[in-house]
Design a protein around this ligand. Structure first.
Ligand code: AMP
Ligand code: MG
Length: 412
């Protein structure tokens, strides 16, 4: 069987998936979700002219001569706390005490902070002085936040496909948007299989190992924004696999690991093909070469290779893009950087995803492998902060060669 280029495998896997429907959810549940519509401002922000300081609202022309030794006295006609509308228009010779965020009274065109007056009293409800001495001149518009300074009504604020962060939620709140249009979470059924797999919490019988992939794949799915339906661990019997698959109902994807090496594949194929289709591919990559793809009861099925690193890398390469597509996400799932090799690397000519530590020195990224690159060596994955991508056809690269790296985390 020939090796399928990774790019072609990704294309074939992506083809049957479509963006999921849009739903509206409360703003306080929206962090990390993918926005399903562009958001335009329905109002100016700030919505009205207001003060950026605790101070006195006045006419700048009244205080052009004001100074520490040449105070100008104004009559205080109003007291404007935040959240209240001014009661008076300010005319020549007058001023109003005003708090940060309070609406600017008509007539006023500058704010002098309390520190620049003889009345440094800002406690709400504190008695209003009849007069105040202004100790500093003010520029026109000084300490005033103008309506629409930040955002104009109608302006595009957030874009469809972006992942909502804390500051985006704040922005939506500022616009009074209580229900946010987001993509529904993909529902993914997760299956591990193998007679040797023991759930954590149980003691290991000789010859058995703990189930690893359920945990890594669940964590990756969760981080990617999915809802997970656990199908548990199936034994290597058609009956057990079938029973596990029974619990996959109305899911957008069934994701399984293991059972793709030739021997065990046969019965998984038989089980799936009773109610669907299953294709076995050998992708031209390392790790994660064996790969299955098809559908079961009309639900798409992706089967990743079983070794822990193969399952992880297979997820990154094949499953991550599927989830991004379903979510309509335009967020970059992995940031890619060009790095220089700090040591020579060997490959076998397949497109290789090597576990590496990328670090920065004098503004340049360098990469060093983190150890054994076997598909079961999870420890080198644990020590890695990046996957180096060695293109197909390349068997060795010298120290100093430039390669692309997928960063798995931020690098300081
Ligand atoms: P298989 O494709 O079933 O032959 O699995 C390939 C290798 O991956 C075997 O060494 C399995 O023991 C191992 N493996 C499969 N699934 C898991 C899992 N969930 N956790 C840890 N190792 C696994
Ligand atoms: Mg197995």
């Amino acid at each position: 069987m020939s090796l399928l280029p990774v790019k072609d495998a990704i294309e074939r896997i992506l083809a049957p998936f479509h963006p999921l429907e849009k739903i509206h959810i409360p703003l306080d549940e929206a962090v990390g979700r993918i926005l399903a519509e562009d958001i335009r401002a329905t109002t100016d922000i700030p919505p009205f002219d207001n003060s950026s300081m605790d101070g006195f609202a006045l006419l700048a022309s009244d205080v052009t001569q004001a100074g520490a030794t040449t105070p100008i006295t104004l009559v205080v006609v109003d007291d404007i706390p935040a959240g209240k509308m001014p009661k008076k228009e300010i005319v020549r010779g007058e001023t109003a005490r005003i708090m940060t965020g309070a609406p600017l009274p008509l007539g006023a065109n500058a704010i002098v902070p309390v520190e620049e007056t003889d009345c440094n009293q800002r406690t709400a409800g504190a008695p209003l002085p009849e007069r105040v001495q202004i100790l500093k001149a003010a520029r026109l518009g000084e300490n005033i936040r103008k309506r629409g300074d930040d955002i104009h009504c109608g302006q595009n604020i957030l874009s469809r496909g972006q992942r909502l962060r804390a500051q985006d939620l704040g922005m939506l709140a500022m616009l009074g948007i209580a229900q946010v249009p987001v993509s529904r979470k993909p529902r993914v059924a997760l299956l591990s299989s193998g007679d040797e797999l023991t759930p954590i919490g149980e003691s290991l019988v000789a010859g058995k190992i703990y189930d690893v992939n359920s945990y890594t794949l669940r964590a990756l799915l969760e981080a990617a924004g999915c809802e997970i339906i656990s199908l548990g661990v199936a034994e290597d019997t058609p009956k057990s696999v079938k029973a596990a698959l029974e619990n996959a109902k109305d899911v957008d994807l069934i994701l399984s690991s293991a059972g793709v090496s030739m021997g065990s594949f046969d019965f998984i194929k038989t089980v799936i093909e009773e109610e669907g289709v299953l294709n076995f591919w050998r992708a031209n990559m390392r790790p994660g070469k064996p790969l299955t793809f098809g559908n079961y009861k009309n639900m798409p099925f992706i089967g990743l290779a079983g070794n822990p690193v193969s399952a992880f890398v297979g997820f990154m390469v094949f499953v991550q893009p599927v989830i991004q597509k379903m979510l309509g996400s335009n967020a970059q799932a992995q940031s890619r950087v060009r790095t220089l090799l700090a040591e020579p690397v060997q490959s076998d000519g397949r497109e290789s995803y090597l576990r590496a530590k990328v670090y920065r020195e004098d503004g340049q990224f360098y990469a060093r492998l983190t150890g054994h690159q076997g598909s079961g060596n999870l420890f080198s994955m644990v020590q890695a902060n990046a996957l180096l991508i060695i293109p197909a056809g390349v068997k060795s690269l010298p120290k100093g060669a430039e390669v692309e790296a997928w960063l798995l985390e931020n690098i300081s």
